[in-house]
Write a protein that binds this ligand. Sequence first.
Ligand code: NAD
Length: 487
Amino acid sequence: MTTPVYQNFINGHFLKNQSGETFAVKNPATDEVIYHVEVADAFVQNAAIESAKQGFATWSAMTPIERSRILLKAVELLRARNDELAKIEVLDTGKPWQEAECVDVQTGADVIEYFAGLAPAQVGQQQMVGEDFYYTRKEPLGICAGIGAWNYPLQIACWKSGPALAAGNALIFKPSEETPLGAIKLAEIFIEAGVPAGVFNVVQGAAEVGQWLTQSDDIEKVSFTGEVDTGKKVVASAAGSLKDVTMELGGKSPLLVFDDADISQAVSAAMLGNFYTQGEICTNCTRIYVHKNVYQQFIDELKTRTEQNIIAGDPMNPEVNLGALISKNHHDLVMGYIDKGISEGATLLTGGKALKPDSAPNGYFVAPTVFTDCTDDMTIVKEEIFGPVMSVLVFDDEDDAIRRANDTHLGLAAGVFTKDIKRAHRVIHQLQAGICWINSYGNSPAEMPVGGYKQSGIGRENGIETLDHYTQTKSIYVGMTDIESPF
Ligand code: NAD
C-alpha cells in the first residue's frame, strides 16, 4: 500500500520541493510508516520567505478587528473538526484518544480565540512634553518563525500562531519532523477562514531546516519549543541576526507535598504530572518531595492507583489512558534512565519495564514507573527524562525542601500541596519556577502566562504580555512649536 506524501505549505497551497528529498513518519503505537513528507529545500525556503513578505504586507495593513474576525472563524473551524484533528494527533504522537479528543485541539483553539479577542484592544500611549507630545504605536515585527516540539504538535502551532497573527505578523512554522501533519491542517484551516495566503506557512524538516529559520536575515523573531540544549543552539544562531527569541524549554519540576495535604489529591496531581501524555509534558512534576509524616501513606496510595488504574494499549481505544512514547529512540532513552535509577540505588516501587499491550504489540510503550528512596544526586532526579518516570523523595523541613527543590539549573514549573494557606503562598513565592500550582497541577489556560525561569526558557507564551513579544513599540514625537536651532 502506498502512503501519502505531504508537501510544504507555502503561500496558501502545497509546494513541491526540487530536491525530491522526503522523510517518513511512523505511528508510535504500531511502528508503521503512515506517510511521508517533503523536506523544505532551498527552493521551498526561498518561496517561504517571499510568500511571508507578501502575506505580511497584506495582513499588517488590515485593522486588528478585521484580523480578529478571521481568526475567530479559524477557531470555529478548529472546534468543528475536533475529532478529525485529534485523530491526527493520536496517530502522530501515540498519545491516547481520550486526551487528544478533549485537550489538544481545544487548548489550541482557546489560545487563538484569546489573542483574536485581545488584538483590537492593543493600544499605544500618548503624553504631552511641554507643548509638544509623543505617541506610541504597537507595530508587528514582520516575519516570525515558530519551531515546534512533538508532544503537543497542533497545540504548539496554535500557541505560536495565535499571538503572532493577532499582532499582524506573518509566521513560518516548522513542526517537529516526528509530527508534521497537524500544522498542515492548521494552515488549511487558516486559508479557509480567510487568512491571506502567505501569512502562515509550514516548512518541513529536521535540524537543518530549523537552523535555516534561525539564521535567515529576513526573519525578525524565533519562538522555539524544545529541549534546553537545542534552545541554546537556537539562541546562539539567532544572535547572528539579533533576532528576538522566545524559548519554551525543558524542566525537572518539583512538587512539594506537606503533611497537612489532602493526600489523595496530591497523588492525583503526581500521577497526572507524570503519566498524562505518557510523561511527555515539559511541566511534569518529576521530583515529588513528600513530608516524612505522610510518605508511606503517599507511596501506598500511589502504588495501588498506578497498578490498578492505568490502561495501556491502542491509543485510539477510548478506554486507554497510557499511550506509546514518540519513537523507538526515545523509548530506549527512557528505558536507559530506568536502568540508571536501579543501578544508582533507587527503589523501584512499580513499573520499570517496557510494555507490549495485546492491542498494540509493536508500540513503544513504557510502564508507568515510580522510584522511591531517591536522593538528590541521582541521574533520574537531576535530568529531564520526558517519559512516565516519577522520582519520590522525602523531606522533613520546609526550608530544606525549598532549597532542594531549587537546586537545579531548570525552572519551568513547581507545585505545592498543603491546606495551610500561608505556607502555600510562602513556599510558592520562594520556588524558582515560572509556572506554579497550589493544590493543583498542570492546568494551563490561555489567560495564564507560561514560561520558564533559569535555563527553562526566555519570554512567555499565553496571557496578555505575550502580545508584547510579537510587537515592537514605535515612538513618534510631534513638534507643535518652532524648532530652535543654533545653525
Ligand atoms: P528538540 O529540541 O529535539 O526539537 C525541537 C524542535 O527543534 C524540532 O522541530 C527540531 O526539528 C528542531 N531543531 C532541532 N535542532 C535544531 C537546531 N539546531 N536549530 C533549530 N531547530 C532545531 O525537542 P523535542 O524532542 O522535539 O521536544 C521535547 C522537548 O521539548 C523536551 O525537552 C520538553 O521539555 C520540551 N518542551 C517544552 C515546552 C515548553 O513550553 N516549555 C513544551 C513542550 C516541550
